[in-house]
Design a protein around this ligand. Structure first.
Ligand SMILES: *Cc1c(COP(=O)(O)O)cnc(C)c1O
Length: 344
């Protein structure tokens, strides 16, 4: 092993979550594999999801779709959420990608380039991408999917969920020939009338809970671990790391671990971040450095070469995100290219 920080991806856990979402919603799951499957590797994740029965995937960018088409071959249906941006129509068509058309210019560009299978996004209140319902186009040939996106799906008590759901049901009824897709991960848990024809989860496939906290129905998929590089005893009164970020009030035993902000460990882990080591949670001490963090291992039986877990089955992604003042999505997509991914 040459790296001291590694991201392990448990593809069986990914498959488990895929089937859990199918069971939860009762409709086909169309995985969102944008941003390299939230950093976990779009090609290995999509390949495994195809083995489990997935036939349609969503990515954000045309370039992501082109790469995925090359790796997966002609079979899966690939929708590009950005839509038909700039002069990408020819590239989209060459790779048999289906743009999600978000506004009239995109629709005109796509049809002007000869058209082909595509989707349509209706904005039901998020005010991000998509046609307002009153501006949505007449039905047209080649329209294979109509979708919208929830703004508050992680909060089941938010009344806007119902408002958006009803607006989508109304607006999408104009397109009887198209598949209706509404729910992201959170939407999969809002009730059967949010499922429509197919759901579009991302984070729950990758082990994040639908409400930003751990959910026992889902398994951890990604484990970020770092090796202990050195163990040292720090006398009372001495400090650890940059800017005296931590000062030992009593004698402490410190493990310097090989993962830092250049690996994706947020500096906002100071002061509340914790890692799992030797069967328990221990605090990250002081500043996160570029390549290392310091962990308090006082009274633990650990040595150089042992690993600590930043997130994974023992330090759940949502808890790690909360301690760092962020969300599971950002934690996963922040793991940098320096960190090797391994799969099992
Ligand atoms: C990212 C994204 C999703 C997946 O969202 P999760 O919350 O990760 O399930 C679904 N739909 C759209 C439009 C998205 O941008």
């Amino acid at each position: 092993m040459t790296a001291t920080a590694t991201l392990h991806i448990d593809l069986d856990a990914l498959a488990h979550n895929f089937h859990a979402l199918e069971a939860q919603t009762g409709v086909p799951v169309h995985p969102v594999v944008k941003a390299d499957s939230y950093g976990l590797g779009a090609v290995p994740c999509a390949r495994r999801l195809m083995q489990e029965g997935a036939r349609t995937f969503f990515i954000a960018r045309a370039a992501e779709g082109i790469a995925l088409r090359g790796a997966l071959g002609p079979e899966p249906v690939l929708y590009v959420l950005d839509g038909c941006v700039g002069d990408t129509a020819a590239d989209l068509k060459a790779a048999s990608l289906r743009p999600i058309l978000n506004h009239a210019d995109q629709l005109g560009t796509w049809l002007g380039a000869g058209g082909g299978p595509c989707g349509l996004q209706i904005d039901t209140g998020m005010n991000r991408l998509g046609f307002r319902p009153e501006d949505a186009p007449e039905p047209f040939d080649d329209l294979s999917l109509v979708m919208s996106h929830l703004a508050c799906a992680d909060d089941p008590a938010q009344p806007m969920n119902r408002t958006q759901r009803d607006a989508f049901a109304r607006a999408s009824s104009r397109y009887p020939q198209a598949l209706k897709s509404f729910a992201n991960s959170g939407g999969c848990f809002l009730g059967p009338d949010y499922a429509f024809d197919a759901v579009r989860p991302g984070i729950c496939l990758y082990g994040g809970g639908p409400e930003g906290r751990p959910d026992a129905r889902l398994r951890a998929v990604a484990t970020l671990s770092a090796d202990i590089l050195q163990i040292r005893d720090v006398p009372a009164g001495e400090s650890v790391g940059y800017s005296r970020g931590y000062v030992a009030e009593t004698p402490r035993r410190i493990a310097t671990c090989g993962a830092g902000y250049a690996d994706g460990i947020a500096r906002s882990n100071s002061p509340a971040g914790q890692v799992w080591v030797a069967g328990g949670l221990r605090p990250i001490l002081g500043r996160v450095s570029m390549d290392v963090i310091a962990v308090d291992v006082t009274d633990l039986d650990v040595r150089a070469g042992d690993a600590v877990q930043l997130f994974g089955p023992d330090r759940l992604l949502d808890d790690a995100a909360t301690a760092a003042g962020t969300i599971s999505y950002e934690l996963l997509t922040s793991v940098t290219a320096r960190v090797p991914r391994n799969y099992a």
